[in-house]
Design a protein around this ligand. Sequence first.
Ligand code: SF4
Ligand code: SF4
Length: 379
Amino acid sequence: MKTGEYGQAGKLVKVDLDVRDILMDYGAGGASLCFNCGNCTAICPPSENGAPFPRSIVRSVQLGSRSDILHSPEPWLCYFCNECSATCPRDAKPGNTMAAARKYQIRSATLAPVADLLVSKKWGVFLLLGVTALLYYAGLYYTGALKLPSRLLFQAFVPEEVMHIAGMVAGIFAVAVMGVAILRVLYWISRDRESRYSTLGAKISAVFRSIPLVFTEVVAQRRMSKCKTGRPRWIGHMMTMWGFIGLFVTSGLIYMLNPGLANYPYSFTNPIQILANVSAASLVIGMSILLMDRRTGRATLQDHNYLDWVFFYTIFAAGITGLVVEAFRFSGLLIPTFIAYSIHIINVLFLIAFAPFSKFAHVGIRPFVIWYSKYAGLL
Ligand code: SF4
Ligand code: SF4
């Protein structure tokens, strides 16, 4: 590891040149062009006095200060709208630097060797996809279900125990890795900050007073909507998020109300099935808007590495394959439904296992960082 030290504003900062190399790989290459004019911070809609960005993060990346990058909540307060990149006089693309800092925090907070395998090597993603498919087919083989089904019932395609075990393994893995990542990020961003509260009662009160902001952020994405030039992105993001929530709720309802998956799938007029199909449609439309924005909107200023595209297309595929399954089922086509369903299940399992290492991690980390930032008086 290449390291050094320098003094800034009366403090000694440890410099890690390897960090800079990693961040450049993640898309922060423009940071070296920055001459610290501060334009980006002035223009950034979600930037606030307590948490001014992105100039500060660009500076930390220039210097290779690992601790400044890891200990900052700011990467999570940025919504990648790129208003800063559009107005930067040096074309330093500070929005990409913020995204790179988020990726770096995700990498550092999760299992770094696994994250490196997935993040830095293209074949790592395909390895995880292959392992997921292999485990899925091994499950079918050992339960004697690896054969063409004779009835248009999902439990005739995939036995209930395979679904339960596969879902539990992928889910527990993702929740455990994500939980650890959230705790680590919270620890990093809070460790060097002095508490503004002198009594335990004041702290507890502030903890609860900070929760409503998280709620409005999650439900309405208020801070993201401040980025007016990114309106299509906000709409696409909202539709995608609510599509996900709808699918999560319907999956939970199905497992609670029908644990054996008897007579599943339901009829097309069943309220749970309607909610599932509307949610899948919302997800697909939302992702389509986001995809168009990447081609034509402010998002054209974003640099996307293969990992971002894998994440994007995996979510897109989860929604599309779900709708394709429904279309084949509606047509009464047994074998196409069976094939589409297998692809759908493998895709969803992969998405769950991959989530903590990808951009998806923001779903878990960002609400907690917003909560802490409000608690600490940064917002
Ligand atoms: S990134 Fe661009 S706008 Fe921001 S401080 Fe650097 S040169 Fe100025
Ligand atoms: S991408 Fe948008 S939210 Fe992020 S720093 Fe730039 S202007 Fe601010």
